[in-house]
Write a protein that binds this ligand. Sequence first.
Ligand code: NAP
Ligand code: ZN
Ligand code: ZN
Length: 350
Amino acid sequence: MTEVKAYAAKTSDSEMVPFKLDRRDVTANDVKIDIEFCGVCHSDLHQVRNDWKNSVYPVVPGHEIIGRITEIGANVTKFKVGQLVGVGCMVDSCQKCSACKDDMEQFCENGATFTYNGADKHLGGHTFGGYSEQVVVDKEFVLSVPENLDPRAAAPLLCAGITTYSPLKHWNVKKGDKVGVIGLGGLGHMGIKFAHAMGAHVVMITTSPSKSGDAKKLGADEVLISKEEEQMKKHAGSFDFLLNTIPVGHDMNPYVNLLKRDATMVLVGAIEPLDPLHGGSLVMGRKRIAGSLIGGIKETQEMLDFCGEHNVVSDIEMIDMQNINEAFDRLVKSDVKYRFVIDMKSLKNS
Ligand code: NAP
Ligand code: ZN
Ligand code: ZN
């Protein structure tokens, strides 16, 4: 085992502090990665604060991991030492159930092992994420990162990227569709970029008028301020698809009202109780609300390759590991442009 530096939350109301953890020795199927950059997802904060009531402490968050391989096991043929790779939200799954066979490990019937806060099959206890110097991961959960992408800005693709790419693909968003992306944060800004790249007419639906200019630069054709009733009325019944990234429970009625007949709103953000929904909003117009969780490994690789081809990366603010508490405070205030990424040199040199 190797002891590595990390940052952890020891309880739901404590700050992130320096922490040491053990990484297992590389087994035949493993890849060891020296972590260079790690994105800061709002889920990291949810889990640190125990918002989903399933956190195990200490929590070492981080599931937007980019780094270089330093060691591989005997059975690893797809990767080589020195290669730029990524690790997202999962580090293992059963590989045998129907979900795994269908390349949807995130829905593994025996429970996928999430990158942090999951049951660690090798060392016991729970898994620790990317706010650390190194990670050891089963080869089936390592992604190749196109070398033409800026590795710092590619880190958020591992969660924010796949979480928005997957539903846009699954619901067949295509050229000319009117697509609304709700919430301009880490997920939302990737949603705009992907929907735009797929040829949709993209409307950014935001509570923050100050983000309008940025939304257009990111690829939105229009901006809709959700607090403005007149604007919401103007767009009622006009959307082919809505991608809802709001990170907390909320009243969905005003958004469902924006959908066309037979259209779908997909929730990815609010993994918690929602405000009551009037059944009439769905019944009148045969509308649908659905959910989506990240994406499988095969689709994540497809997304990364798409990004390599179309030169899609995130808009990021680089931070040092030591500034994570301030970054979390800003995330709560919807104040990030549009993803924080930690430079792991700051941890290594500390
Ligand atoms: P983020 O960067 O904090 O962005 C969320 C955005 O939502 C904010 O910037 C804000 O945008 C808007 N917002 C915040 N509070 C709101 C409220 N009360 N009402 C309306 N809009 C509000 O968060 P993120 O990293 O994109 O993550 C978003 C959510 O997705 C989190 O809950 C995260 O845990 C979840 N998530 C889910 C998956 C999945 O697989 N399903 C994967 C990753 C993350 P405006 O200022 O534009 O309004
Ligand atoms: Zn995430
Ligand atoms: Zn499985």
